[in-house]
Design a protein around this ligand. Sequence first.
Ligand code: NBP
Length: 476
Amino acid sequence: MTNLADLGVLGLATMGANLARNAARKGFGVAVYNRHGGRTDELIADHGSEGRFTPAKTIPDFVAALARPRAIIILVKAGKPVDDVIAELVPHLEEGDIIIDGGNSLFTDTSRRFHALKEKRLRFLGMGVSGGEEGALEGPSMMPGGDAEAYARIAPMVTKMAAQVDGTPCCAFIGPEGSGHYVKMVHNGIEYADMQLITEAYDLFKSVYGLEASAIAGIFEEWKTGELDSYLIEITAAVLRKRDAAGGALVDAIVDEAEQKGTGRWTAQSALDLGVPLTSITEAVYARALSGRRTQRIAAEKLFPHPTNVARKPEKADIDAIRDALYASKIVAYAQGFEQMTAASDQFGWNLRLGEVATLWRGGCIIRARFLDRIREAYDSGEIAPNLLLQSYFRDAVVKAEPAWRRVVSLAVEQGVPVPAFASSLAYYDGLRRARGPANLLQGLRDYFGAHTYRRLDKEGSFHTRWGQDGDEISV
Ligand code: NBP
Protein backbone atom coordinates (compact mmCIF):
# COMPACT_ATOMS: atom_id res chain seq x y z
CA MET A 1 0.00 0.00 0.00
CA THR A 2 2.40 2.68 -1.15
CA ASN A 3 -0.38 5.21 -1.73
CA LEU A 4 -0.78 5.80 1.96
CA ALA A 5 0.84 8.94 3.33
CA ASP A 6 3.90 8.80 5.62
CA LEU A 7 2.85 11.73 7.77
CA GLY A 8 -0.33 13.61 8.64
CA VAL A 9 -0.42 17.34 9.35
CA LEU A 10 -3.50 18.67 11.10
CA GLY A 11 -3.86 22.46 11.28
CA LEU A 12 -2.79 24.35 8.19
CA ALA A 13 -2.22 27.92 9.38
CA THR A 14 1.29 29.39 9.07
CA MET A 15 3.24 26.66 10.82
CA GLY A 16 1.24 23.60 9.74
CA ALA A 17 1.10 24.54 6.05
CA ASN A 18 4.83 25.24 5.93
CA LEU A 19 5.80 22.11 7.85
CA ALA A 20 3.57 20.03 5.53
CA ARG A 21 5.27 21.61 2.49
CA ASN A 22 8.68 20.98 4.05
CA ALA A 23 7.86 17.26 4.49
CA ALA A 24 6.44 17.00 0.95
CA ARG A 25 9.50 18.71 -0.55
CA LYS A 26 11.71 16.16 1.23
CA GLY A 27 9.85 13.37 -0.58
CA PHE A 28 7.40 12.21 2.09
CA GLY A 29 3.73 11.59 1.35
CA VAL A 30 1.73 14.05 3.47
CA ALA A 31 -1.98 13.87 4.34
CA VAL A 32 -3.30 17.33 5.26
CA TYR A 33 -6.41 18.42 7.15
CA ASN A 34 -7.71 21.68 8.58
CA ARG A 35 -10.94 22.30 10.51
CA HIS A 36 -12.08 24.85 7.95
CA GLY A 37 -11.42 23.26 4.60
CA GLY A 38 -10.58 26.55 2.87
CA ARG A 39 -7.02 26.42 4.19
CA THR A 40 -6.63 22.88 2.83
CA ASP A 41 -7.87 23.97 -0.61
CA GLU A 42 -5.54 26.96 -0.56
CA LEU A 43 -2.51 24.84 0.33
CA ILE A 44 -3.21 22.36 -2.46
CA ALA A 45 -4.00 25.09 -5.01
CA ASP A 46 -0.85 27.10 -4.23
CA HIS A 47 1.65 24.38 -3.42
CA GLY A 48 0.13 21.02 -4.36
CA SER A 49 2.80 20.55 -7.02
CA GLU A 50 5.63 20.59 -4.46
CA GLY A 51 5.15 16.95 -3.46
CA ARG A 52 2.76 14.10 -2.68
CA PHE A 53 -0.14 15.64 -0.76
CA THR A 54 -3.37 13.88 0.19
CA PRO A 55 -5.94 16.52 1.13
CA ALA A 56 -8.74 15.39 3.45
CA LYS A 57 -11.94 17.17 4.41
CA THR A 58 -12.95 14.94 7.34
CA ILE A 59 -11.02 13.41 10.22
CA PRO A 60 -11.94 9.80 9.22
CA ASP A 61 -10.68 10.43 5.66
CA PHE A 62 -7.53 12.05 7.01
CA VAL A 63 -6.77 9.12 9.33
CA ALA A 64 -7.59 6.58 6.61
CA ALA A 65 -5.02 8.23 4.31
CA LEU A 66 -2.12 7.42 6.66
CA ALA A 67 0.25 4.43 6.73
CA ARG A 68 0.34 2.51 10.06
CA PRO A 69 1.45 3.15 12.69
CA ARG A 70 0.01 6.53 11.87
CA ALA A 71 2.02 9.65 12.68
CA ILE A 72 0.05 12.89 12.92
CA ILE A 73 1.54 16.31 13.67
CA ILE A 74 -0.98 18.73 15.17
CA LEU A 75 -0.29 22.44 14.62
CA VAL A 76 -3.21 24.29 16.12
CA LYS A 77 -3.43 27.07 18.68
CA ALA A 78 -2.02 25.98 22.05
CA GLY A 79 -4.46 25.19 24.88
CA LYS A 80 -7.98 23.86 24.50
CA PRO A 81 -7.80 23.44 20.68
CA VAL A 82 -5.07 20.80 21.19
CA ASP A 83 -7.28 18.83 23.61
CA ASP A 84 -10.26 19.20 21.26
CA VAL A 85 -8.30 17.91 18.29
CA ILE A 86 -6.87 14.97 20.25
CA ALA A 87 -10.41 14.06 21.42
CA GLU A 88 -11.60 14.13 17.80
CA LEU A 89 -8.71 11.98 16.58
CA VAL A 90 -8.60 9.31 19.27
CA PRO A 91 -11.73 7.32 18.28
CA HIS A 92 -10.26 6.83 14.80
CA LEU A 93 -6.77 5.74 15.86
CA GLU A 94 -5.36 2.31 16.69
CA GLU A 95 -2.87 1.00 19.22
CA GLY A 96 0.63 2.32 18.55
CA ASP A 97 -0.48 5.28 16.44
CA ILE A 98 1.40 8.51 17.17
CA ILE A 99 0.15 12.02 17.86
CA ILE A 100 2.76 14.78 17.79
CA ASP A 101 1.86 18.21 19.14
CA GLY A 102 4.12 20.65 17.26
CA GLY A 103 2.67 23.83 18.81
CA ASN A 104 3.82 25.89 21.76
CA SER A 105 1.98 23.92 24.43
CA LEU A 106 2.62 24.35 28.14
CA PHE A 107 4.84 21.45 29.22
CA THR A 108 2.50 20.40 32.03
CA ASP A 109 -0.32 20.03 29.47
CA THR A 110 2.02 17.89 27.37
CA SER A 111 2.89 15.65 30.32
CA ARG A 112 -0.82 15.24 31.08
CA ARG A 113 -1.61 14.35 27.45
CA PHE A 114 1.36 11.98 27.27
CA HIS A 115 0.06 9.95 30.24
CA ALA A 116 -3.60 10.08 29.19
CA LEU A 117 -2.81 8.79 25.69
CA LYS A 118 -0.47 6.11 27.04
CA GLU A 119 -3.45 4.71 28.94
CA LYS A 120 -5.27 4.50 25.62
CA ARG A 121 -2.21 2.69 24.13
CA LEU A 122 -1.50 5.64 21.87
CA ARG A 123 1.90 7.28 21.61
CA PHE A 124 2.38 10.98 22.16
CA LEU A 125 5.19 13.40 21.47
CA GLY A 126 5.28 17.08 22.41
CA MET A 127 7.61 18.62 19.86
CA GLY A 128 8.79 22.22 20.19
CA VAL A 129 9.32 23.73 16.74
CA SER A 130 11.33 26.94 16.41
CA GLY A 131 12.16 29.02 13.38
CA GLY A 132 8.87 30.74 12.67
CA GLU A 133 7.26 30.71 9.26
CA GLU A 134 10.49 30.47 7.27
CA GLY A 135 12.08 27.88 9.55
CA ALA A 136 9.05 25.58 9.31
CA LEU A 137 9.42 25.60 5.54
CA GLU A 138 13.17 25.61 5.06
CA GLY A 139 14.26 23.62 8.14
CA PRO A 140 13.37 24.40 11.75
CA SER A 141 14.99 23.39 15.00
CA MET A 142 12.82 20.68 16.57
CA MET A 143 12.70 19.51 20.18
CA PRO A 144 10.62 16.32 20.46
CA GLY A 145 9.92 14.77 23.86
CA GLY A 146 7.58 12.04 25.09
CA ASP A 147 7.46 8.47 23.79
CA ALA A 148 10.96 7.36 22.73
CA GLU A 149 9.72 4.58 20.42
CA ALA A 150 7.40 6.99 18.69
CA TYR A 151 10.36 9.25 18.08
CA ALA A 152 12.31 6.34 16.57
CA ARG A 153 9.43 5.87 14.08
CA ILE A 154 9.34 9.54 12.98
CA ALA A 155 13.08 10.28 13.28
CA PRO A 156 13.87 9.51 9.60
CA MET A 157 11.29 12.14 8.58
CA VAL A 158 11.85 14.90 11.14
CA THR A 159 15.64 14.75 11.01
CA LYS A 160 15.40 15.27 7.24
CA MET A 161 12.95 18.17 7.66
CA ALA A 162 15.07 19.92 10.31
CA ALA A 163 17.80 22.50 9.75
CA GLN A 164 21.26 20.93 9.32
CA VAL A 165 24.45 22.40 10.77
CA ASP A 166 27.77 20.79 9.80
CA GLY A 167 25.80 17.74 8.64
CA THR A 168 24.01 17.38 12.00
CA PRO A 169 20.23 17.78 12.08
CA CYS A 170 18.82 20.31 14.54
CA CYS A 171 16.40 17.69 15.84
CA ALA A 172 16.95 14.98 18.45
CA PHE A 173 14.92 13.23 21.11
CA ILE A 174 14.90 15.36 24.26
CA GLY A 175 13.42 13.09 26.95
CA PRO A 176 10.14 11.81 28.43
CA GLU A 177 6.80 13.54 29.13
CA GLY A 178 6.69 17.28 28.43
CA SER A 179 10.48 17.71 28.29
CA GLY A 180 10.51 18.69 24.59
CA HIS A 181 8.04 21.49 25.20
CA TYR A 182 9.94 22.48 28.35
CA VAL A 183 13.16 22.92 26.38
CA LYS A 184 11.27 24.87 23.70
CA MET A 185 9.77 27.06 26.43
CA VAL A 186 13.23 27.87 27.81
CA HIS A 187 14.42 28.52 24.25
CA ASN A 188 11.68 31.11 23.92
CA GLY A 189 12.57 32.56 27.34
CA ILE A 190 16.18 32.96 26.22
CA GLU A 191 14.87 34.54 23.02
CA TYR A 192 13.03 37.11 25.20
CA ALA A 193 16.25 37.91 27.11
CA ASP A 194 18.34 38.07 23.93
CA MET A 195 15.90 40.50 22.31
CA GLN A 196 15.63 42.61 25.46
CA LEU A 197 19.43 42.94 25.63
CA ILE A 198 19.50 44.01 21.99
CA THR A 199 16.83 46.66 22.60
CA GLU A 200 18.77 47.96 25.62
CA ALA A 201 21.91 48.39 23.47
CA TYR A 202 19.76 50.15 20.84
CA ASP A 203 18.26 52.40 23.52
CA LEU A 204 21.71 53.44 24.77
CA PHE A 205 22.85 54.35 21.27
CA LYS A 206 19.62 56.23 20.63
CA SER A 207 18.91 57.86 23.99
CA VAL A 208 22.42 58.51 25.32
CA TYR A 209 24.37 59.10 22.12
CA GLY A 210 21.54 60.35 19.91
CA LEU A 211 22.31 58.01 17.00
CA GLU A 212 19.89 57.56 14.10
CA ALA A 213 18.50 54.09 13.35
CA SER A 214 20.67 53.68 10.25
CA ALA A 215 23.83 54.45 12.21
CA ILE A 216 22.84 51.89 14.84
CA ALA A 217 22.17 49.40 12.04
CA GLY A 218 25.78 49.84 10.95
CA ILE A 219 27.00 48.97 14.44
CA PHE A 220 24.90 45.78 14.52
CA GLU A 221 26.18 44.85 11.07
CA GLU A 222 29.71 45.19 12.42
CA TRP A 223 28.87 43.12 15.51
CA LYS A 224 27.61 40.33 13.29
CA THR A 225 31.18 39.71 12.18
CA GLY A 226 32.32 38.88 15.74
CA GLU A 227 31.38 36.74 18.74
CA LEU A 228 27.86 38.21 18.77
CA ASP A 229 27.14 36.77 15.32
CA SER A 230 23.55 35.53 15.43
CA TYR A 231 20.25 35.56 13.60
CA LEU A 232 18.80 38.12 16.03
CA ILE A 233 21.73 40.53 15.57
CA GLU A 234 21.38 40.11 11.79
CA ILE A 235 17.65 40.87 11.74
CA THR A 236 18.14 43.78 14.17
CA ALA A 237 20.34 45.43 11.56
CA ALA A 238 17.72 44.71 8.88
CA VAL A 239 14.87 46.16 10.95
CA LEU A 240 16.90 49.28 11.83
CA ARG A 241 17.87 49.79 8.15
CA LYS A 242 14.31 49.59 6.85
CA ARG A 243 12.79 52.85 5.60
CA ASP A 244 9.02 53.32 5.39
CA ALA A 245 7.03 54.82 2.54
CA ALA A 246 7.50 58.32 3.99
CA GLY A 247 11.27 57.84 3.81
CA GLY A 248 11.94 57.70 7.56
CA ALA A 249 13.24 54.76 9.55
CA LEU A 250 10.37 52.30 9.94
CA VAL A 251 11.42 51.50 13.52
CA ASP A 252 10.80 55.14 14.51
CA ALA A 253 7.17 54.78 13.42
CA ILE A 254 6.46 51.52 15.27
CA VAL A 255 4.49 51.78 18.55
CA ASP A 256 6.74 50.92 21.51
CA GLU A 257 4.43 48.32 23.10
CA ALA A 258 5.65 44.72 23.02
CA GLU A 259 3.19 41.85 22.93
CA GLN A 260 3.72 38.39 24.34
CA LYS A 261 2.07 35.03 23.85
CA GLY A 262 3.12 33.39 27.12
CA THR A 263 6.25 31.26 26.71
CA GLY A 264 8.52 33.87 28.38
CA ARG A 265 6.10 34.22 31.28
CA TRP A 266 5.85 30.42 31.63
CA THR A 267 9.66 30.18 31.71
CA ALA A 268 9.84 32.74 34.52
CA GLN A 269 7.00 31.04 36.41
CA SER A 270 8.72 27.66 36.17
CA ALA A 271 12.00 29.19 37.38
CA LEU A 272 10.18 30.56 40.43
CA ASP A 273 8.69 27.13 41.10
CA LEU A 274 12.12 25.51 40.82
CA GLY A 275 13.87 28.24 42.84
CA VAL A 276 16.25 29.09 39.98
CA PRO A 277 17.46 32.74 39.79
CA LEU A 278 16.35 33.50 36.24
CA THR A 279 16.80 37.25 36.37
CA SER A 280 17.51 38.11 32.70
CA ILE A 281 14.51 36.31 31.21
CA THR A 282 12.21 37.50 33.98
CA GLU A 283 13.34 41.12 33.53
CA ALA A 284 12.64 40.74 29.82
CA VAL A 285 9.07 39.64 30.61
CA TYR A 286 8.63 42.60 32.98
CA ALA A 287 10.07 45.01 30.41
CA ARG A 288 7.42 43.89 27.90
CA ALA A 289 4.75 44.34 30.58
CA LEU A 290 5.99 47.88 31.33
CA SER A 291 6.09 48.67 27.61
CA GLY A 292 2.39 47.80 27.58
CA ARG A 293 1.65 50.57 30.13
CA ARG A 294 1.90 53.16 27.36
CA THR A 295 -0.80 55.48 28.63
CA GLN A 296 0.82 55.60 32.07
CA ARG A 297 4.24 56.20 30.52
CA ILE A 298 2.96 59.07 28.40
CA ALA A 299 1.44 60.67 31.51
CA ALA A 300 4.53 60.02 33.65
CA GLU A 301 6.93 61.56 31.14
CA LYS A 302 5.27 64.92 31.76
CA LEU A 303 5.43 64.57 35.55
CA PHE A 304 9.04 63.58 36.17
CA PRO A 305 12.35 65.32 35.45
CA HIS A 306 14.84 63.79 33.02
CA PRO A 307 18.61 63.55 33.34
CA THR A 308 20.39 65.43 30.59
CA ASN A 309 21.80 63.01 28.06
CA VAL A 310 25.41 63.09 26.84
CA ALA A 311 24.33 63.56 23.22
CA ARG A 312 27.82 63.20 21.80
CA LYS A 313 28.96 60.90 19.09
CA PRO A 314 30.11 57.61 20.60
CA GLU A 315 33.82 56.83 20.30
CA LYS A 316 34.88 53.34 19.23
CA ALA A 317 35.56 52.54 22.91
CA ASP A 318 31.96 53.48 23.81
CA ILE A 319 30.58 51.21 21.10
CA ASP A 320 32.88 48.36 22.10
CA ALA A 321 31.84 48.75 25.75
CA ILE A 322 28.17 48.31 24.87
CA ARG A 323 29.08 45.28 22.75
CA ASP A 324 31.01 43.75 25.65
CA ALA A 325 28.19 44.48 28.10
CA LEU A 326 25.76 42.84 25.70
CA TYR A 327 27.95 39.77 25.32
CA ALA A 328 28.52 39.32 29.07
CA SER A 329 24.80 39.82 29.80
CA LYS A 330 23.94 37.32 27.09
CA ILE A 331 26.26 34.75 28.67
CA VAL A 332 24.42 35.26 31.98
CA ALA A 333 21.02 34.83 30.30
CA TYR A 334 22.07 31.54 28.69
CA ALA A 335 23.81 30.31 31.86
CA GLN A 336 20.61 30.93 33.79
CA GLY A 337 18.45 29.21 31.14
CA PHE A 338 20.72 26.15 31.11
CA GLU A 339 20.75 26.04 34.91
CA GLN A 340 16.95 26.11 34.82
CA MET A 341 16.88 23.12 32.43
CA THR A 342 19.28 21.25 34.73
CA ALA A 343 16.98 21.94 37.69
CA ALA A 344 13.89 20.83 35.72
CA SER A 345 15.70 17.68 34.57
CA ASP A 346 16.53 16.80 38.19
CA GLN A 347 13.07 17.69 39.47
CA PHE A 348 11.17 15.70 36.83
CA GLY A 349 13.72 12.90 36.32
CA TRP A 350 14.16 13.70 32.61
CA ASN A 351 17.89 13.12 32.25
CA LEU A 352 18.25 15.97 29.73
CA ARG A 353 21.44 16.05 27.64
CA LEU A 354 22.11 19.77 27.57
CA GLY A 355 25.06 19.63 25.17
CA GLU A 356 22.65 18.12 22.68
CA VAL A 357 20.13 20.89 23.35
CA ALA A 358 22.82 23.46 22.48
CA THR A 359 23.50 21.47 19.29
CA LEU A 360 19.80 21.61 18.31
CA TRP A 361 19.75 25.38 18.73
CA ARG A 362 22.71 26.02 16.42
CA GLY A 363 20.48 26.19 13.36
CA GLY A 364 16.88 26.73 12.31
CA CYS A 365 15.71 28.47 15.48
CA ILE A 366 15.38 32.14 16.44
CA ILE A 367 18.30 32.11 18.90
CA ARG A 368 20.69 30.40 16.49
CA ALA A 369 24.13 31.89 17.00
CA ARG A 370 27.84 31.25 16.81
CA PHE A 371 27.71 31.39 20.60
CA LEU A 372 25.81 28.07 20.75
CA ASP A 373 28.96 26.34 19.47
CA ARG A 374 30.77 27.62 22.57
CA ILE A 375 28.06 26.12 24.81
CA ARG A 376 28.15 22.81 22.98
CA GLU A 377 31.96 22.76 23.26
CA ALA A 378 31.66 23.46 26.98
CA TYR A 379 29.42 20.40 27.43
CA ASP A 380 31.56 18.27 25.08
CA SER A 381 34.74 19.20 26.99
CA GLY A 382 33.46 17.40 30.07
CA GLU A 383 34.58 20.47 32.07
CA ILE A 384 31.00 21.47 32.59
CA ALA A 385 30.33 23.08 35.95
CA PRO A 386 26.88 23.41 37.58
CA ASN A 387 26.71 26.86 35.98
CA LEU A 388 28.03 27.76 32.52
CA LEU A 389 29.56 30.93 33.97
CA LEU A 390 32.04 28.78 35.90
CA GLN A 391 33.24 27.07 32.73
CA SER A 392 36.58 28.46 31.53
CA TYR A 393 35.54 29.96 28.17
CA PHE A 394 32.58 31.86 29.65
CA ARG A 395 34.42 32.80 32.84
CA ASP A 396 37.22 34.34 30.76
CA ALA A 397 34.70 36.13 28.53
CA VAL A 398 32.82 37.80 31.40
CA VAL A 399 36.03 38.69 33.25
CA LYS A 400 37.28 40.39 30.06
CA ALA A 401 33.99 42.24 29.61
CA GLU A 402 33.53 43.17 33.26
CA PRO A 403 35.02 46.71 33.33
CA ALA A 404 33.05 47.75 30.24
CA TRP A 405 29.92 46.07 31.59
CA ARG A 406 30.13 48.14 34.80
CA ARG A 407 30.81 51.37 32.86
CA VAL A 408 27.81 50.82 30.59
CA VAL A 409 25.41 50.01 33.45
CA SER A 410 26.68 53.04 35.43
CA LEU A 411 26.27 55.31 32.42
CA ALA A 412 22.74 54.03 31.85
CA VAL A 413 21.82 54.63 35.50
CA GLU A 414 23.31 58.14 35.44
CA GLN A 415 21.52 58.97 32.23
CA GLY A 416 18.19 57.50 33.31
CA VAL A 417 18.05 54.94 30.51
CA PRO A 418 16.53 51.69 31.80
CA VAL A 419 18.70 48.63 31.18
CA PRO A 420 17.01 46.01 33.38
CA ALA A 421 18.53 43.00 31.61
CA PHE A 422 22.08 44.43 31.49
CA ALA A 423 21.87 45.54 35.14
CA SER A 424 20.23 42.41 36.53
CA SER A 425 22.76 40.20 34.71
CA LEU A 426 25.58 42.18 36.27
CA ALA A 427 23.92 41.97 39.70
CA TYR A 428 23.55 38.20 39.28
CA TYR A 429 27.23 37.94 38.33
CA ASP A 430 28.21 40.04 41.33
CA GLY A 431 26.03 37.89 43.58
CA LEU A 432 27.48 34.68 42.19
CA ARG A 433 31.15 35.62 42.37
CA ARG A 434 31.29 36.20 46.14
CA ALA A 435 31.54 33.43 48.68
CA ARG A 436 29.80 35.49 51.35
CA GLY A 437 26.74 37.62 50.62
CA PRO A 438 24.34 39.49 52.93
CA ALA A 439 21.82 36.66 53.48
CA ASN A 440 23.27 36.15 56.99
CA LEU A 441 21.34 39.28 57.98
CA LEU A 442 18.20 37.93 56.30
CA GLN A 443 18.48 34.80 58.38
CA GLY A 444 18.90 36.90 61.51
CA LEU A 445 15.76 38.88 60.65
CA ARG A 446 13.78 35.74 59.91
CA ASP A 447 14.83 34.25 63.19
CA TYR A 448 13.91 37.48 65.03
CA PHE A 449 10.30 37.71 63.84
CA GLY A 450 9.52 34.11 63.00
CA ALA A 451 11.91 31.91 65.01
CA HIS A 452 12.94 30.37 61.68
CA THR A 453 16.41 29.44 63.07
CA TYR A 454 19.81 29.91 61.41
CA ARG A 455 23.02 27.96 60.96
CA ARG A 456 26.43 29.26 62.12
CA LEU A 457 29.76 29.32 60.29
CA ASP A 458 31.60 28.08 63.37
CA LYS A 459 29.34 25.33 64.69
CA GLU A 460 27.21 22.46 63.30
CA GLY A 461 23.44 22.46 63.80
CA SER A 462 20.57 24.97 63.85
CA PHE A 463 20.19 27.81 66.30
CA HIS A 464 17.61 30.29 67.55
CA THR A 465 18.16 33.42 69.57
CA ARG A 466 15.47 34.29 72.13
CA TRP A 467 15.42 37.87 70.85
CA GLY A 468 12.45 39.14 72.84
CA GLN A 469 13.24 37.20 76.02
CA ASP A 470 16.64 36.69 77.62
CA GLY A 471 18.62 37.16 74.33
CA ASP A 472 20.31 33.78 74.75
CA GLU A 473 21.11 31.57 71.76
CA ILE A 474 19.80 28.03 71.93
CA SER A 475 20.59 25.01 69.81
CA VAL A 476 17.44 23.59 68.15
P1 NBP B 1 -2.38 29.46 15.13
O1 NBP B 1 -1.77 29.36 16.47
O2 NBP B 1 -2.75 30.79 14.62
O3 NBP B 1 -3.67 28.50 15.10
C1 NBP B 1 -4.49 28.44 13.96
C2 NBP B 1 -4.79 27.00 13.62
O4 NBP B 1 -5.45 26.36 14.71
C3 NBP B 1 -5.76 26.92 12.43
O5 NBP B 1 -5.39 25.81 11.64
C4 NBP B 1 -7.10 26.69 13.13
O6 NBP B 1 -8.07 26.08 12.32
C5 NBP B 1 -6.67 25.75 14.22
N1 NBP B 1 -7.66 25.55 15.27
C6 NBP B 1 -8.06 26.35 16.27
BR1 NBP B 1 -7.51 28.08 16.51
N2 NBP B 1 -8.97 25.81 17.07
C7 NBP B 1 -9.18 24.58 16.57
C8 NBP B 1 -10.01 23.51 16.96
N3 NBP B 1 -10.77 23.58 18.04
N4 NBP B 1 -9.99 22.40 16.21
C9 NBP B 1 -9.20 22.31 15.13
N5 NBP B 1 -8.36 23.28 14.72
C10 NBP B 1 -8.36 24.41 15.43
O7 NBP B 1 -1.42 28.75 14.05
P2 NBP B 1 0.15 28.90 13.81
O8 NBP B 1 0.60 30.31 13.90
O9 NBP B 1 0.43 28.11 12.59
O10 NBP B 1 0.79 28.14 15.07
C11 NBP B 1 0.52 26.77 15.37
C12 NBP B 1 1.24 26.41 16.66
O11 NBP B 1 2.65 26.58 16.48
C13 NBP B 1 0.86 27.29 17.86
O12 NBP B 1 0.92 26.54 19.03
C14 NBP B 1 1.95 28.34 17.87
O13 NBP B 1 2.13 28.92 19.15
C15 NBP B 1 3.16 27.51 17.43
N6 NBP B 1 4.25 28.27 16.83
C16 NBP B 1 4.01 29.27 15.96
C17 NBP B 1 5.06 29.97 15.38
C18 NBP B 1 4.81 31.06 14.39
O14 NBP B 1 5.81 31.69 13.95
N7 NBP B 1 3.57 31.33 13.98
C19 NBP B 1 6.38 29.61 15.68
C20 NBP B 1 6.61 28.55 16.54
C21 NBP B 1 5.54 27.88 17.11
P3 NBP B 1 -9.06 26.98 11.44
O15 NBP B 1 -8.28 27.40 10.26
O16 NBP B 1 -10.15 26.04 11.11
O17 NBP B 1 -9.50 28.13 12.31
